[in-house]
Design a protein around this ligand. Structure first.
Ligand code: FES
Length: 347
């Protein structure tokens, strides 16, 4: 039986059909609640149930803890109403009017930028443009019905080709295809744009960007877009990789730092190789931020990469450095329980 949902504080209402999740119904009816993985793993869609009951669905405990549930929270990407509901959730105005499309594209160029990182440049059909916000992702639709999510590494101001950063996990599927059989001119299909990881432009707070591995991709899009728009907020990027061999495209943020006085770059290696002769920062990338900032109370943080890094940053920045919960934006690479393949182009 369909159920009505009232969103607070906006007072928007929508109907959830049988077997639909709250998030799917909200998006279908044009109310963009925040989300990331749509898989119960990242916690981005967490919101409060003010009235009514839901089937909470399946999810990872780190995304919705027992304390969260006791406090009335649910993951709207998994929750299915059992009664009419009143929920409390932010709505993301900026993505409201952007259509999600399913499109073919052609692999225009493949660049092996590190032993296990490939940059794909995708060309859309001549008459098509993809409207999106810098930092959003798309799902590659595979022939067997599986999906694989990748952040777009280019901004909408530079949309001649879509750029994806693909890490080789060696676990088969799409990644294996990219690194062993894909050829330039191959045709792919994708759905996008998706996700709510994008720059909040209604703020003038300085920004800390935090990336691990190919989590650099959406942050590259956001930073390039910010430069393009002439945004003068102070920005610092902490980017962590294991060793220098993994540090693909590191000349890009190096160049940004030279050309923009409001941007700084802090590369961090967790396991530098002896031949790296590394005398820069070492250790966990979020720990480097913890060391450098007495307080993050006046900042926005945008974090993308391995879930363990994103979770640690969220926990430590909000609990120990005074970062407001609402100023932490993230996009974690998560493992889809349905397909057992990475949902994002992870590190
Ligand atoms: S947990 Fe719901 S979108 Fe990630």
């Amino acid at each position: 039986m369909p159920h009505r949902v009232l969103i607070k504080p906006s007072n928007h209402t929508f109907t959830v059909d049988d077997n639909e999740t709250v998030l799917d119904a909200a998006l279908r009816e044009g109310f963009p609640l925040p989300y990331g993985c749509r898989d119960g793993a990242c916690g981005t869609c967490k919101g409060k149930l003010l009235e009514g009951r839901v089937d909470f669905g399946s999810y990872q405990d780190s995304a919705l803890t027992g304390d969260d549930r006791s406090a009335g929270f649910a993951l709207f990407c998994q929750a299915r109403p059992l009664t009419d509901l009143v929920i409390e959730s932010r709505e993301i105005g900026a993505i409201k009017d952007i259509p999600v499309k399913t499109l073919p594209c052609r692999v225009q160029k493949m660049e092996r930028v590190a032993p296990d990182v490939m940059v794909l440049h995708l060309q859309l059909p001549a008459h098509e443009r993809l409207q999106f916000l810098a930092g959003q992702y798309l799902d590659i639709l595979m022939k067997d019905g599986k999906r694989r999510s990748f952040s777009m590494a280019n901004g909408p101001h530079d949309d001649h080709l879509l750029q994806l950063h693909v890490r080789n996990y060696g676990r088969g599927g799409f990644t294996e295809y990219v690194f062993s059989r894909m050829k330039e001119k191959d045709i792919l299909r994708f759905e996008g744009p998706l996700g709510t990881f994008f720059l909040r432009e209604d703020s003038d707070k300085p920004i800390v960007f935090l990336a691990s591995g190919t989590g650099f991709a959406p942050i590259k899009a956001i930073v390039e877009y910010a430069f393009h728009k002439g945004i003068e907020r102070k920005m610092v990027l902490y980017w962590g990789n294991r060793s220098l061999a993994d540090f693909y495209l590191r000349e890009v943020p190096g160049k940004w730092q030279q050309e923009h006085s409001n941007f700084a770059f802090v590369p961090v290696l967790s396991e530098p190789a002896p031949e790296d002769r590394w005398n820069g920062r070492t250790g966990l990338v979020h720990q480097a931020v913890m060391q450098d900032f007495d307080s993050l109370a006046g900042y926005q943080v945008y974090a993308c990469g391995a879930p363990v890094m994103v979770e640690a940053a969220h926990r430590d920045f909000t609990r120990l450095k005074g970062l407001p919960e609402s100023e932490f934006y993230s996009d974690a690479f998560t493992i889809s329980r349905d397909t057992h393949i990475p949902r994002k182009s992870g590190p």
